[in-house]
Ligand binder design. Sequence first.
Ligand SMILES: *Cc1c(COP(=O)(O)O)cnc(C)c1O
Length: 495
Amino acid sequence: MRYQSTRDKTKRVSASGAILQGISSEGGLFVPEKLPELSVQRLEKMVGQDYIQRAQGILADFLSDFSQEEIARCLQNAYGSGSFSSAKIAPLSRLGQDAYLLELWHGPTCAFKDMALQLLPQLMAASVEKSGGKEEIVILVATSGDTGKAALEGFRDVPGIRIVVFYPEEGVSPLQKLQMATQEGENVFVAAIQGNFDDAQTGVKRLFTDREVLEKLQAKNQIFSSANSINWGRLLPQIVYYVSAYCDLVQEEQIALGDPVNICVPTGNFGNILAAYYAKRMGLPVQKLICASNRNNVLADFIATGAYDRNRPFYATTSPSMDILVSSNLERLLFDLMDEDDAKIHDLMRRLETEGRYIVSPQVLLRLQADFAGGFCDEAQTADAIRRIYDRYSYLCDPHTAVAVSVYEQYRAKSADDTKTILVSTASPFKFPHSVLSALGEDPAGLDEFQIAERLERISGRSMPKQLSDLREKPIRFTECFAKDQMDRALERIL
Ligand SMILES: *Cc1c(COP(=O)(O)O)cnc(C)c1O
């Protein structure tokens, strides 16, 4: 299978090429030329398989320049080496009559980014080998929290690759900071940047194109690459868990093979829900994709009106991984909805950059609404969902998951659609202990993150994941903080 760019279809690459390049040279995103098919017969076979076997079948269709052995090795390293605390990798938890939580946070960093970032480094290392490349790859990441730690864990000690993560000193939670500062591995480096996430992000973008930096890199036989969520190698692993969750529901006799389900996803950059859309397009029996936003409701507005408009206030919320006004992966959906009109996509994305907004035609809007329902909730509704789910089911959910729960409830009340629904749970509640404890009506003032977590353990009878509680004992390895215009110096020292 070949991949084409959303902004210029003449730009075609292999799967390993798409993974190594990350983004096409003119700024477009790589998408498969044709999606593989997932027939009911194939699904039936998968029902009896485990997560890695299911993944093998799906990945083989997309990664046609990888051998079955290479894919098996990548999957084994990502999901078979004990880094996930659940044998099912992505287990379902029942929530009442018709809803199921798909828990994507049993990986090493307790957030759903692990699902993709455990596999991407393996795919990248195999792609380098395939390309015959002799360069060492340097992954540069600017992070607002979850991505940086998940990338560090995924890339640590992967041969031929180094990773450098910059995080904003004022922009991450104490727990997230501790997760990164204690990172282990011989090929990792972490530094704080004075400023906010935008400063870190802008600085990293500048490094990617800084001539002087690039020359020095070349002299050392190193090249930059990126692990951000527009890389095809991050989307592909996410298709797997939707198919796998469906198979689990069949296996557990919650649905019959072929029955439709809805999928509700707490959304930021539109990567996770786009993977669900691809699974639907491949043939997975999915009826509605419910796109859940927090107070930054640019996507809910878009799905309702067809106008995407980032000219609006930005809110910092208790679900920070969804505080996004430009959802990069939406470009791939538009390409599909607009019959792969690359010139039109190029135009829309230029508008977004210059004017901060664009509008799609009524026909495209109808197509969008045929597959998607949108919704959002504010901070009070998020906290309310955490408390109600706890009261009713003794189940603790994190604020991102709570946004999905709240939007699902709104959708059900409005639509009377009682199709069984998979709600995507994207983080462990212990990763955001402060917000969760407050939502339950307790006052966390004066307590540190671990004391708060202990309170949560007592309330819920569940224990903090070991990956998080272990942080208390781990030595701090990285303490440096650089001014935002000193990032090139930092890099020079590191490499
Ligand atoms: C990244 C993230 C999201 C948003 O996922 P997208 O793919 O960007 O839509 C939601 N919840 C958590 C916990 C995340 O880390």
